[in-house]
Design a protein around this ligand. Structure first.
Ligand code: ATP
Length: 358
């Protein structure tokens, strides 16, 4: 592996007429790593992937692979492997022929193309299906054919656009793990578009969170989860409760409440947006004196090992994830209680309501 072969984007922009789909994107995709492009519908993920593939020309900016400038290179010259949302397989060819197709077109001798296809079909566990028609395969099997086909030409970069979206929930989880193991075994630089944060967390070395054509944050999944750079990211990766406040004497004031704020430094009088994750708020019987907020239970939802307790508080509605175990409290609708918001669990951001709601 070499950092020389990193895929880099420099100030990449893409306009479709008046629509700015991607704006000022600077990114490094590390060699051999899997990066997930994550964001809500319409944020520019697919456009960015298509720019990397060479299926779209950037309006401005540069795309490099190591020292090679790819910006004006056509898609077929880049030879990146690509798996599309609907897999885009050739329905009139069988499994083996689908995998061989690009090799045959490129003039690879038939026997050699067959050997490559056999190796790849083995890799994606489809050897017994080599002679099957595409129409006689399940969604998961089709996806594996698409992956094998994309890998046939030994691409330097592997691009996948929502590769799991056609699969049902169970198969999707299994394929996420399988795809990740395959990618790690091959050590191939991979970019996956997804709008599913769990999928991104499961598969990626790095996550790029996008909104409105821009990059909001990049980082390892755990870093993004535990250190979201802004309320949008906090809300998009994992669950988040929000409330507004003002900093006074190092504390957060919100209505008649005054809460300890932890070590983050803000100027006195600054309006702030505060985020707390449902698993960080606490409803234990015994709780510290500080940062207690009165609450009324509005709804209780069992979600397996934990229970979501929905609360109405002076800070607004809040959801708390409560572990069900020995000695756990029971909660019923209408019950009055207190919720503890530990200072260490509060993420504080300069107030920007528009972004928080986005
Ligand atoms: P989704 O998750 O819904 O697929 P996305 O994040 O992949 O969304 P893109 O498909 O990249 O988003 O679209 C980004 C923006 O660019 C959207 O506003 C979209 O309407 C616009 N757009 C995409 N392709 C075109 C096109 N060919 N012509 C005009 N506008 C386009």
């Amino acid at each position: 592996m070499s950092a020389m072969d990193n895929l880099t984007l420099h100030k990449v922009r893409k306009d479709y007429g008046k629509v700015r789909a991607v704006e000022g994107v600077d990114l490094t995709f590390n060699h051999g790593e899997l990066t997930a492009l994550l964001g809500p519908s319409g944020c520019g993920k697919t456009t960015l992937l298509r720019l990397i593939a060479g299926l779209e020309d950037p309006t401005a900016g540069k795309i490099m692979l190591g020292p090679r400038d790819l910006t004006r290179q056509a898609a077929h010259q880049r030879k990146f492997g690509m798996v599309f949302q609907n897999f885009a397989l050739f329905p009139h060819l069988n499994v083996r022929e689908n995998v061989c197709y690009a090799l045959t077109i490129a003039g690879v001798p038939k026997a050699q193309a067959h050997d490559t296809a056999a190796r790849l079909l083995d890799l994606v566990q489809l050897t017994p299906f080599a002679d099957r028609a595409i129409g006689a395969l399940s969604g998961g099997q089709r996806q594996r054919v698409a992956i094998a086909r994309a890998l046939a030409q030994e691409p330097e970069v592997f691009l996948l656009d929502e590769p799991m979206s056609a699969l049902d929930a169970n198969l999707r989880e299994a394929m996420q793990v399988e795809l990740r193991m395959l990618q790690q075994r091959l050590g191939i630089t991979t970019v996956v578009v997804t709008h599913d944060q769990r999928e991104a967390m499961t598969m990626a070395d790095n996550i790029v969170v996008m909104s409105d054509g821009r990059v909001e944050q990049t980082g390892a999944p755990q870093d993004i989860y535990h250190k979201p750079g802004n309320p949008f990211v906090a809300n998009f990766i994992g669950r988040a409760n929000f409330f507004e406040g003002v900093m006074r004497g190092g504390r957060i004031t919100a209505g008649s409440l005054s809460l300890e704020a932890g070590p983050q430094k803000y100027l006195d009088g600054s309006p702030v947006t505060v985020v707390i994750r449902p698993e960080k708020a606490c409803l234990d019987e015994v709780m510290p004196e500080s940062n207690r907020v009165p609450a009324e239970v509005t709804f209780v939802r069992d979600v397996g090992p934990t229970r979501d307790i929905h609360l109405e508080t002076p800070l607004g509605p809040m959801v708390v994830e409560y572990a069900i175990g020995e000695g756990a409290r029971t909660f019923t609708r209408g019950q009055k209680t207190e919720v503890h918001l530990p200072a260490g669990g509060l993420y504080i951001y300069p107030s920007d309501k528009a972004r928080a709601v986005a």
